[in-house]
Ligand binder design. Sequence first.
Ligand code: FES
Length: 112
Amino acid sequence: MSWQRTGIRAEAIAEGALVAATVGAHSLVLSRVAGEIRAADGVCPHIGGDLADGSMEEGRLTCPLHGATFDFVTGAVRADPFGVAPPEGGVEPLPVFPARTTDGEVEVDLPS
Ligand code: FES
C-alpha cells in the first residue's frame, strides 16, 4: 500500500457527492460520509457499473446499473443486484481504501 495523490481538492467533495478519480490503473470513487472523506473502487464488483454515476444516501452507495448497495465506509454489501438482500445475490463487497487530505488534496492509500 502507498499513499497516492488523486488530483481532487477536498473542498470539491460535498457530503454525499460522488466524485470519480483515476490514479494509475485504479478507477476510484470519492465521497464524504459524516464529514470524513472516503474512497472506494469505482467499478461495481457485480459486472462493472460505474459507481461514480450511482447515488449516495446516508453512507450507502447504490450502483446505477442493477441497484446493488454498499456501505461506503466498510464496503459491505447491503443489498445485492436487483434489490435482493445478502447473501442471495452473491455480489462481492466493495473494496474501500484509506483516504486523507494533504495540502488540500485528497490522497488514497492504494495497493502497489
Ligand atoms: S453492475 Fe452494479 S449492480 Fe450490477
